[in-house]
Design a protein around this ligand. Structure first.
Ligand code: PSV
Ligand code: MN
Length: 424
């Protein structure tokens, strides 16, 4: 299914007068509103190929209907999102869930929707039917060199798939760790992981990046070999200039100060990848901004401040991606909501009066600092985000248009009730 431009124009016509009133009212008080809109228009957030089907829990998977059963259909789904919001112009593939059999055709199909390929993701956290050695006790960390070799080779294969598609980064997330005290020698596990990553790094093309993702716990519950940003940074520093840390919002212990982590990683020039989602407890895979929107704003506040301090382009300097896949909402609607929440938090961060904040910090004016941040956060910038969409030819209200066009039922008509997406 493709969304006709005419539908978007018609939808926008109906909402335009109301939108214009709200936008004009707001724009009058924001001196750099045009600058904010220009940045919002450039900001793209990649969609993970595994978020297009209904996510599972440990206890069950309640499959949605009309799910994309093939990689082609997944690309089509991201094309739908991008047509509606013009901010989802890239897809991130997880191998082997989504092996591109014919890279040229897949590339052409993606291009026809205006999509590029973001980071490719390897998977050594599940066994595949035809593989020789099991990852039950880890992959890159494994005590058996044969297992490590197999896992390294898988990552090299993933890089090769990525090269064929025009990706520029490999994301490595490992489930490696231990569930019981005494199971692992921590140092050996770390050294094995480092040696394996070095072998993978050696195959990275010159203009590629390696994103080392960390996660506090799950599926292992006693230790995780790359558990936090310190361990990821340690590896990235040992690997070299092309290796960076990837921050996934759901991968921290409760109450971790993620904004501070982001700030320091940017200071070190070692933050390059970002996975958005939200959570109440841990890696809950909920819609970005649905539980802790103020935290999302505070993270963006540090991102903007830190990127500006190093002259990093907001749109292209970091790999922005959603990594969420829960089991209740229509996945496409959920992704539209996530993209919108991310852009809103970004816009709020662009509104922060940085000079005034700096001055408040210098004179230890705690009250003023809080006022400045909360003034930006409490300004309803939704009309500014909508204005950016309008200028890009996207829908003023993507979720409403998705419903008006009855997209899900049309996908069910095309794909049937039983199609199930590969992924979590
Ligand atoms: C792991 O929880 C993770 O965040 C990694 O990014 C994976 O690649 C992704 O989710 C899908 O399992
Ligand atoms: Mn992730």
């Amino acid at each position: 299914m493709k969304i006709d431009k005419k539908h978007i124009e018609h939808h926008n016509e109906q909402l335009k007068a109301k939108h214009q009133r709200a936008f004009d009212y707001l724009a009058e008080d924001i001196t750099h509103v045009e600058e904010i809109i220009a940045k919002l228009e450039k900001f793209q957030i990649a969609i993970p190929s595994w978020a297009l089907g209904t996510g599972g829990t440990r206890f069950g998977r309640f499959s949605g209907k009309g799910e994309p059963g093939t990689l082609e259909q997944k690309i089509e789904d991201v094309g739908l999102l991008h047509a509606l919001n013009r901010s989802s112009g890239a897809i991130s593939l997880h191998i082997p869930w989504d092996i591109p059999q014919d890279a040229e055709n897949i590339k052409a199909l993606a291009a026809s929707f205006g999509l590029a390929f973001d980071a490719v993701n390897s998977n050594t956290f599940q066994d595949q039917p035809d593989q020789e050695y099991s990852y039950k006790f880890g992959s890159l960390q494994h005590v058996d060199p044969n297992v490590r070799k197999q896992a390294v080779q898988h990552n090299i294969d993933v890089i090769n798939h990525g090269i064929a598609l025009g990706s520029k980064a490999l994301t490595v997330w490992l489930a490696d760790g231990s569930s019981f005290p005494g199971q692992l020698n921590f140092r050996e596990a770390f050294q094995n992981t480092l040696e394996s990553l070095k072998a993978i790094y050696a195959h990275l093309p010159e203009d590629w990046k390696l994103f080392v993702e960390y996660k506090a716990f799950e599926p292992n519950f006693y230790s995780t070999t790359i558990a936090d940003w310190g361990q990821s940074l340690l590896l990235a520093n040992k690997l070299g200039d092309k290796a960076y840390t990837l921050v996934d919002l759901g991968h921290h212990l409760p109450n971790a100060n993620i904004e501070q982590i982001v700030s320091l990683l940017l200071m070190e020039g070692k933050l390059a990848g970002f996975h958005f989602n939200d959570s109440k407890y841990a890696d809950d895979d909920l819609t970005a901004g649905s539980v802790k929107p103020y935290q999302l704003f505070l993270i963006f506040n540090e991102l903007v401040e830190g990127m500006d301090a190093r002259g990093i382009d907001h749109a292209t300097g970091l790999g922005w991606m959603i990594d969420a896949s829960h089991n209740l909402k229509d996945p496409l609607v959920d992704l539209l909501q996530s993209v919108d929440a991310i852009k809103l938090a970004y816009a709020q961060a662009l509104l922060v009066d940085r000079e005034a904040l700096k001055a408040a910090q210098q004179r230890n004016d705690v009250v003023a600092a809080q006022e400045i941040l909360q003034n930006a956060y409490r300004t309803d910038l939704r009309p500014v985000v909508a204005e950016a969409r309008l200028r890009q030819g996207a829908a003023l209200n993507p979720v409403a248009l998705f419903n008006e066009l009855d997209v899900r039922n049309k996908l069910i008509e095309e794909r049937g009730n039983q199609s199930v997406a590969t992924g979590l």
